[in-house]
Design a protein around this ligand. Structure first.
Ligand SMILES: Nc1nc2c(ncn2[C@@H]2O[C@H](COP(=O)(O)OP(=O)(O)OP(=O)(O)O)[C@@H](O)[C@H]2O)c(=O)[nH]1
Length: 534
């Protein structure tokens, strides 16, 4: 976990994944709590509208029944017939084809006293029967006649009535008072027509509405009708049912409609399509953000971090990557500033190292650098033999200072140092100021004879500089004495070498100055004075 958090890229990746998950969760929640309820509500509205359509179709049939029963009831012949004035009415009008044409099961004529005057219809065997009253052979109609008579007896207003009947069978009934067509006379009876809601009739209703429906009677009180129930039986189909008022009042007529769920499916498909695309675009956007972040920020930052790590890990630190320095954004500014800071710090370090390793007056190496180089030489050469060193001391420098002043003494020191450096350093020798008026020279891979020859050249050159030294007992010019030592054995240490050179210098001084002496033997080939024994 710490490793994951340790990388900015991983942290961004984790954060973006969390954002993605939250966004997807939000989408799912929106789908579940916002979209789906709307779709289901829309589906319920659709089912309700379809049931309304069926109800309107039933209403249209009832209206048709109303007009039909009204036409017959307001016909003068019917008026006369019920009063017994039209004996030929039955033969002329009430034959089997009349019922077939009107699609009726039964017609009942009630007289003014609410008694059955004539009945025509099909009995329980489907035989056409026409007879006065409900006596045999029309006794099969007595239940229906009793039912109608009871309604009329309850005090129906003088208007045409239509009903859906749930019992004793599924049917549609119309009841109209029998009047004369153009005269305002009281009704002389009632005409009832009953049409069975048979399977062929329902099939016709299906064709009319285009809805797969069923009608069935249910024993439910009328006040509970108009309820609507939706049952989603499968993802593609549902059934909707509604109870509508019917007679008798203990029953209701139930409409069952099998409806397709096309609208719901289409809406769902559209929503899913939008959801998939939204999710896809969201994921693609986040990946793009991550890629841009990686490319624009994380990768350069990693480069910068790798560079800063390499600064203290590698012996020769690399330069700042050019790609970082060339950037024009904040990372570029940071890189350039860091690079400038690094350069400044390197310069300061170089300056500091220079100050600690060089003599501030003459600019040549100091004792620290001389000792360092001598140790390195002995450590890396594998042998302590074949190297030499010189110790150089200005002759009678106290007298020089006393005569010319300390400042002139400084100038003399600088002149000699720079001259020796110019002579020796190009040949790979190191000149160092190791004391007040004392210099040392490191001569790697130099034999004693070679060192002696170099010393002689140096003595000549310094005297040839012609620096006045009026008070010197040795010469009228500034001269130096040189002590030379060479490493004779592997056991010899750097300190031993310089002690030997010091002793040789002591001997050169003691033997008259302005001359060179080796540790083993005094050089007598140069200088005005004679030699001393070694
Ligand atoms: N001007 C100047 N003089 C220095 C400096 N360092 C040391 N001296 C002087 O160098 C002189 C060295 O004197 P001594 O050690 O007595 O030796 P000498 O007079 O050179 O005599 P010999 O070495 O025996 O030939 C002293 O007077 C120091 O003050 C310096 O940085 N500048």
């Amino acid at each position: 976990m710490t490793a994951l958090k340790g990388s900015l890229r991983n942290r961004f990746l984790l954060s973006l994944c969390a954002v993605l998950c939250l966004a997807l969760l939000a989408l799912v929640a929106i789908a579940r709590f916002q979209i789906m309820p709307i779709l289901l509500e829309d589906e319920e509205a659709y089912a309700s509208a379809e049931l309304d359509r069926i109800e309107r179709a039933l209403g249209a049939e009832l209206n048709h029944m109303r007009r039909m029963v009204e036409d017959w009831a307001h016909w003068d012949d019917t008026y006369d017939f019920v009063q017994g004035l039209q004996p030929q009415y039955v033969d002329s009008n009430l034959y089997e084809s009349t019922l077939e044409t009107l699609d009726l099961e039964m017609m009942v004529f009630l007289d003014a006293s609410n008694e059955p005057y004539w009945v025509v219809g099909y009995n329980e065997h489907g035989e056409f029967v026409s007879c006065p009253g409900s006596m045999p052979p029309c006794d099969w109609a007595s239940a229906s006649i009793a039912f109608l008579s009871r309604y009329v007896a309850q005090g129906l207003d003088d208007a045409t009535h239509t009903w859906l009947l749930a019992a004793p069978e599924l049917a549609m009934a119309g009841l109209s008072p029998i009047h004369q067509s153009h005269q305002e006379t009281p009704a002389t009876g009632w005409l009832a027509m009953v049409r069975p809601l048979s399977e062929p009739w329902i099939e016709q209703l299906r064709d009319t509405t285009g809805i797969e429906l069923e009608l069935s009677p249910v024993p439910v009180p009328a006040q509970e009708s108009a309820a609507q129930i939706l049952d989603r039986t499968s993802p593609t189909h549902m059934t909707a049912n509604r109870l509508i008022p019917a007679l008798p009042s203990s029953h209701a007529l139930r409409i069952d409609a099998a409806l397709p769920r096309q609208r719901y499916q289409a809406s769902l498909e559209t929503f899913r399509f939008a959801l998939y695309w939204t999710s896809g675009v969201l994921i693609a956007t986040l990946l793009m953000v991550l890629w841009l972040l990686e490319r624009m920020v994380l990768s350069p930052l990693r480069q910068l971090a790798t560079f800063t790590q390499s600064l203290h890990q590698e012996a020769a630190p690399p330069a700042m990557p050019v790609s970082l320095l060339a950037r024009h954004d904040e990372i570029g500014t940071l890189s350039r500033e860091f690079s400038n800071l690094l350069d400044h710090q390197r310069r300061q370090s170089d300056l500091l190292r220079d100050l600690t390793l060089h003599d501030p007056l003459t600019g040549v190496a100091n004792r620290r650098l001389f000792d360092q180089r001598l140790t390195e030489l002995l450590d890396h050469s594998g042998t302590h033999q074949g190297h030499a060193a010189m110790m150089i001391d200005i002759d009678h420098f106290k007298l020089y200072n006393d005569h010319y002043g300390h400042q002139a003494g400084d100038v003399c020191l600088v002149t000699l140092a720079q001259h020796m450096e110019a002579q020796l350093e190009p040949r790979g020798f190191l000149v160092a100021r190791t004391g007040g008026e004392e210099f040392s020279v490191l001569l790697p891979n130099t034999s004693e004879d070679e060192a002696l020859r170099l010393a002689r050249e140096l003595l000549e050159a310094i005297e040839a500089l012609g620096l006045d030294h009026e008070t010197s007992p040795t010469s009228c010019n500034v001269t130096v004495s040189i002590g030379i030592a060479t490493l004779q054995a592997n056991t010899m240490e750097p300190g031993d070498l310089m002690r030997a050179a010091d002793q040789a210098l002591y001997r050169a001084k003691a033997s008259g100055r302005n001359r060179a002496a080796t540790y083993r033997a005094l050089d007598t080939t140069f200088g005005p004075t004679t030699t001393l024994d070694s």
